[in-house]
Write a protein that binds this ligand. Structure first.
Ligand code: ADP
Length: 573
C-alpha cells in the first residue's frame, strides 16, 4: 500500500511540476523576448531621433561610440538593401540585406521582427527592423541582440527549477513517507481492532492520539461499545430464552419455509420418543402420523393459528401452530409449534367424570334397593315376620353401605384438602389397635392375622389416625379378599431411614391387568368376585392418598389365587 501511494504521489507531483515548469518557461521566454524586443525598439527609436538630426558620417561616429558598451548591434540599410552602417562589422564587406525578413517586413509594414542565425556574427540573433526616411531616401534601421542570452536565461531558470524541484520532491517524499507511515500504523490498529471484534472480542477500545483520527476513533469506540452492549443484551435474552425453553414442559419447535426443523427444545425428543438430533429434519420424517402431517400442511396452505389434539405413541399431544413472520432472512413464513402432553390431563378428566358417574351409581344402587324394600313392606299386607326381618336386614346393610361410602368419601376429601397432624407415635401400638379393631371381622371370615413386630420400639412422626386408617384399609382388604382359613401377615421395620410396612395375605390375588388400576377410586378388580364384600371401592384410593401425604410410596405384588402383598415405604425424617 505504502509503495503504491508513494509512486502515485511522486508521479502526480512530477507531472504537475513538469506542466507548470513548461508553462513557466514558455511564459518567461515570451516575456523575456518581449522585453528584448521592447529594448530593441527603444534603441531604434533613439537612433531614429539621432539620425534625424545628424549627417551620415557624424552618425556613424556617434553610433560607434554609443554602441561600445552595449551588446545591441545596429545596422542601417538602404531601401535597396545596401548596408550603410553596422555597429559590429565593416558594412562595406556586408552583402545586400534586401532579402532579410525584418527588412522586408519593415519596408512593407513599417516594422518587423525576426529570429535567425547570423552568418556575420555567428550567433543566433533577434532582429528588429524599422522603416525610416531621411531626405526622401528610404532606410531600414535595424537593431539586433544575440538570442543566445535567452537560451542561457531559460537554461539557468530550468537548472534552478530542477534543483528546487528535486529538493521539493525529496521533501514531499519524506513528508508523504512519514504521513503514510502514520496512516499505515493507525490503519493497522483499526484493522486489528475490527478483526478482534470479528473474532467476537466485543467492546474493543482504540487509543490513537492523532487529531486527524479523533472523530473516527471516537465514533469507532462508541460503535464498539454499542455493539458490545447489544451483543450482551442479545446473549442475555438468548440465554434466558434457552433456559426457559429448556426448562419448559411443553415442546417448542421452530419450522422454516421448507417445513424443516430449525429449533427445538430438548423435551420434543422425549415427546416423540426419538434420540437423534431433529435439526434440519422434517417433522413428517420424524413422526409418521397422518393427522399431524395434515395439520402442518393445513397451516402452510393458510398460515394462521391452529390447534389440534393428536394421539402419538400412546400420548395425547396438543399441537398449537402459529406463524413466525420476519423472524430472520432465512424465513418467509416460519412456524412455531407448541406441543403439550395432555395425556395426564385427559386421564384426570376421565377419572373425574368416571368418579361422578361412579358416585352417582354407588349412591343410586343402595338407595334404589332401600326404596324398593320399603315400598314392598308398605304395600304388602301379608308379609310374614321372617321375610319382614330379612327385608329390614337388607335395608340395614344397604344403609350401612351408604354410610360407609359417604364416610370413605369424607375421609378421602379430608386427606386431599388437609395436611394432617405431625406428632410422634409408636408404630407397635397403632398396629395393635388396628388388629384389635378388626378381630371380629377376621373371626367372621376365619382368617388369621399374624403380626411380626419389629425388635425396636419404632416411633415415627406424622398423623397417627391416618396411619391407622391406612392399616385398617389394607388389613380389611386382606381379610375380605381372602379364603376360609387364610391369613394376613403384617410386618414392619426401619430400613435406610424408611418405615417399611408390609401387609401380605393368602387371598384371591389380583389379575395383572387390574393391578395398575386398583388404586383408582371406585375401581374393583372383578365385580363378580367382589360381590358381597360390601366394599366401597375407595379403600385403596384412601391408602394411596395417605401414603402420598406421608411422602411415601406404595408397591404391590400380587398373583391370582395366591395372594397379595402391599408394601408401604414412608420416610421417617
Ligand atoms: P373395596 O372397597 O372394593 O375393597 P379397595 O379400593 O379397597 O376397594 O380395593 C379395590 C379393589 O382392589 C377391590 O375391589 C379388590 O378387587 C382389589 N383388592 C384390594 N385389595 C385386595 C387384596 N388384598 N386381595 C385381592 N384383591 C384386592
Amino acid at each position: 500500500m505504502k509503495k503504491n501511494i508513494l509512486l502515485k504521489s511522486i508521479l502526480l507531483i512530477t507531472v504537475f511540476t513538469l506542466i507548470t515548469s513548461i508553462y513557466l518557461v514558455i511564459n518567461l521566454r515570451n516575456s523575456y523576448t518581449e522585453e528584448k524586443i521592447q529594448e530593441l525598439k527603444n534603441y531604434t527609436g533613439f537612433f531614429e531621433t539621432a539620425l534625424n538630426k545628424s549627417e551620415y558620417d557624424d552618425i556613424n561616429m556617434y553610433l560607434k561610440d554609443f554602441d561600445k558598451n552595449n551588446e545591441v548591434r545596429i545596422t542601417v540599410i538602404r531601401g535597396s538593401g545596401e548596408v550603410v552602417f553596422d555597429s559590429d562589422e565593416d558594412y562595406r564587406l556586408m552583402s545586400n540585406h534586401s532579402n532579410r525578413e525584418e527588412v522586408i517586413l519593415a519596408l512593407n509594414e513599417g516594422e518587423g521582427i525576426a529570429k535567425r542565425f547570423s552568418n556575420t556574427v555567428k550567433k543566433e540573433m533577434l532582429y528588429y527592423g524599422k522603416y525610416f526616411e531621411k531626405n526622401q531616401e528610404v532606410f531600414i534601421l535595424r537593431t539586433a541582440i544575440p538570442i543566445s542570452s535567452i537560451y542561457y536565461f531559460t537554461k539557468n531558470i530550468l537548472t534552478n527549477y530542477i534543483f528546487i524541484f528535486l529538493i521539493g520532491l525529496g521533501l514531499t517524499i519524506f513528508t508523504a513517507f512519514s504521513i503514510i507511515n502514520k496512516l499505515e500504523n493507525n490503519y493497522k490498529k483499526i484493522d486489528d481492532a475490527i478483526s478482534r471484534i470479528n473474532n467476537e472480542y466485543y467492546g474493543e477500545k482504540l487509543i490513537i492520539q492523532d487529531e486527524e483520527f479523533k472523530s473516527l476513533i471516537n465514533n469507532f469506540n462508541i460503535m464498539s461499545g454499542k455493539i458490545s452492549k447489544k451483543i450482551e443484551t442479545l446473549e442475555f435474552e438468548n440465554n434466558s430464552l434457552n433456559s426457559i425453553f429448556k426448562s419448559m414442559k411443553d415442546g417448542v419447535v421452530v419450522i422454516n419455509d421448507d417445513k424443516q426443523i430449525f429449533y427445538n427444545n430438548p423435551i420434543v425428543k422425549n415427546l416423540f420418543n426419538v434420540e437423534n438430533s431433529l435439526n434440519e429434519r422434517k417433522l413428517s420424517d420424524i413422526v409418521r402420523n397422518y393427522e399431524l402431517n395434515k395439520f402442518i400442511d393445513l397451516f402452510y396452505q393458510e398460515p394462521k393459528l391452529l390447534t389440534s389434539e393428536i394421539e402419538i405413541n400412546d400420548k395425547i399431544l396438543q399441537f398449537t401452530i402459529n406463524s413466525l413472520k420476519g423472524y430472520s432472512n432465512r424465513f418467509r413464513t416460519g412456524a412455531v409449534l407448541i406441543i403439550q402432553d395432555i395425556t395426564e390431563i385427559r386421564k384426570l378428566e376421565r377419572i373425574r367424570s368416571d368418579f361422578i358417574g361412579n358416585v352417582t351409581h354407588e349412591l343410586k344402587t343402595p338407595l334404589t334397593s332401600i326404596k324398593g324394600f320399603i315400598e314392598t313392606l308398605k304395600n304388602s299386607e301379608n308379609v310374614d315376620r321372617k321375610t319382614e326381618m330379612r327385608f329390614y336386614d337388607i335395608i340395614e346393610l344397604e344403609t350401612e353401605r351408604l354410610s360407609n361410602l359417604i364416610n370413605d368419601m369424607l375421609v378421602l376429601s379430608e386427606i386431599e384438602t388437609t395436611k394432617g397432624k405431625n406428632i410422634e407415635y409408636k408404630v407397635r401400638k397403632a398396629v395393635e389397635e388396628v388388629v384389635d379393631l378388626l378381630s371380629h371381622l377376621r373371626r367372621e371370615k376365619n382368617v388369621d392375622i399374624i403380626v411380626n413386630h419389629s425388635n425396636n420400639d419404632i416411633i415415627i412422626k406424622g398423623d397417627r389416625d391416618r396411619f391407622k386408617q391406612m392399616l385398617i384399609n389394607l388389613i380389611d382388604n386382606g381379610i375380605k379378599y381372602n379364603n376360609e382359613g387364610g391369613y394376613v401377615e403384617v410386618s414392619y421395620e426401619i430400613k435406610k431411614d424408611k418405615l417399611i410396612l408390609k401387609v401380605k395375605d393368602s387371598g384371591i390375588g389380583i389379575e395383572e391387568k387390574d393391578i395398575d388400576r386398583i388404586f383408582e377410586r371406585f375401581y374393583r378388580a372383578d365385580k363378580s368376585r367382589n360381590r358381597g364384600t360390601g366394599g366401597t371401592g375407595l379403600g385403596l384410593a384412601i391408602v394411596k392418598h395417605i401414603v402420598k401425604s406421608f411422602y411415601g410410596e406404595v408397591v404391590i405384588n400380587s398373583e391370582l389365587n395366591k395372594g397379595t402383598e402391599i408394601i408401604i415405604k414412608i420416610p421417617t425424617n
